[in-house]
Ligand binder design. Structure first.
Ligand code: ADP
Length: 379
């Protein structure tokens, strides 16, 4: 078998973490990075602007498959590559729904998938009507360009969003209003679908956010009922097949207090909720993504132990890169697996993560949080 040559657009930590499995499998893996010294610098074969078709097309000539570290490449660029018979995975027709939250809601409605009540908003009056219907409070989102909670706001009146309404053309002419879900927890269902249609899901996980940013992931999601597990796995498979997703798909969901499981958003690439799979699963999400986009058979998604806990390392300030505390953390927490993304430090930035895999959940939580505290505070 000829091993595929895979090119990822975007030089962030996700491309960085695709590199080790590519090495193991003998896959020639290249990255089109946006800047020198990116997180995925060791695989970066080219630095250039992914908004420019000529740059991306030149990069695509050197590989068999194009895939992604982020969902920001303009659809027009991807469509032009596809028109030139270049394999783009996931394809533009699927990725379109990860780029625009409003289009995602519209598309998932066609399949009767469970979602918070939502509405497309073009005017202040429409927003005030929706807020009134929702009992005086709603969530408002910019359909494009949001990440880590930026572009998400709680609104009680259209005046809370006048800045967005004035600049609505910057967001594609519409905003997305949603029911403010009263949730008991957030969940994520990670899965992969290969270009040949093979599908595999990892265990459902619980994700805990702080200030809209993922802080902790617990795999599998503690005490999830059989009904919830069946429903979330079904949702992932319906989304993957009906949208034609290839590669890793993350479906972020809410478990509402009234028992409803509701889809929040989709990511069509390896995802923060799946970093635990590097040590926690027989096949990591990064290896699975490479297999899936190049048509190789998928690997087992079974856990290596009963539990895995992942704690994100978020930037404290401009100075703390965590790495100076790696020695202390290693000495105090030898079961913790430490990951740096080699990024310049900035407050709130995802700088790395810690994973602990164990048969005892309390032990895994204590060790992962303990190691993260050493790295964050140097104690
Ligand atoms: P981003 O794309 O920036 O990650 P999300 O749409 O995932 O934005 O929202 C970020 C966080 O805001 C979610 O993890 C959740 O905690 C909260 N949130 C988003 N939508 C809703 C909603 N409809 N109801 C309640 N909370 C929400």
């Amino acid at each position: 078998m000829k091993t595929p040559r895979i090119g990822a657009i975007g030089g962030g930590q996700l491309a960085r973490m695709m590199t080790p499995p590519a090495i193991h499998l003998g896959i020639e893996f290249k990255v089109l990075a946006e800047s020198e010294g990116s997180s995925a610098a060791m695989a970066a074969s080219q630095v250039g602007d992914y908004n420019q078709l000529e740059v991306v097309a030149e990069f695509a000539k050197t590989v068999d498959v194009i895939t992604f570290d982020h969902e920001h490449v303009p659809l027009s660029v991807l469509q032009a590559l596809e028109a030139a018979s270049i394999s783009v995975q996931p394809p533009s027709r699927a990725l379109a729904f990860a780029q625009n939250k409003l289009h995602m809601r519209q598309k998932l409605s066609e399949f009767n998938l469970p979602m918070p009540a939502w509405a497309e908003i073009k005017t202040a009056q429409q927003l005030d009507e929706f807020i009134a219907e929702q009992g005086g409070v709603a969530i408002l989102k910019t359909p494009i360009g949001g990440y880590d909670g930026k572009g998400v706001r709680v609104v009680r009146s259209s005046s809370d969003a006048s800045d967005w309404l004035i600049n609505i053309d910057d967001f594609g002419g519409s905003l997305l209003a949603e029911e403010k879900v009263d949730f008991v927890r957030e969940l994520a269902q990670l899965s992969a679908r290969s270009v040949s249609g093979e599908f595999a899901a990892w265990p459902l996980v619980e994700t805990q956010q702080v200030d809209g940013v993922c802080a902790v992931v617990i795999a599998p999601a503690p005490s999830a009922s059989e009904a919830v597990l069946a429903q979330t796995a079904d949702i992932a498979e319906i989304v993957a097949t009906s949208l034609g997703v290839t590669g890793v798909l993350a479906v972020e969901m809410f478990e509402a207090r009234d028992g409803r499981i509701l889809i929040n958003e989709l990511a069509m690439r390896p995802h923060n909720s799946g970093h635990f799979t590097i040590e926690g699963s027989i096949t990591s999400q990064f290896e699975q993504h490479l297999r899936a986009v190049s048509g190789l058979p998928l690997g087992s998604t079974a856990m290596q132990a009963d539990h895995a806990v992942m704690v994100n390392l978020l930037g404290v300030d401009e100075k703390n890169t965590f790495v100076e505390h790696f020695g202390t953390a290693m000495a105090k927490h030898p079961v913790a697996k430490l990951h740096t993304y080699a990024k310049s430090a900035r407050k709130g930035r995802k700088m790395g993560h810690v994973t602990v895999v164990a048969d005892d959940l309390d032990f895994a939580l204590a060790q992962a949080k303990g190691a993260a505290a050493v790295l964050l505070q140097g104690i």
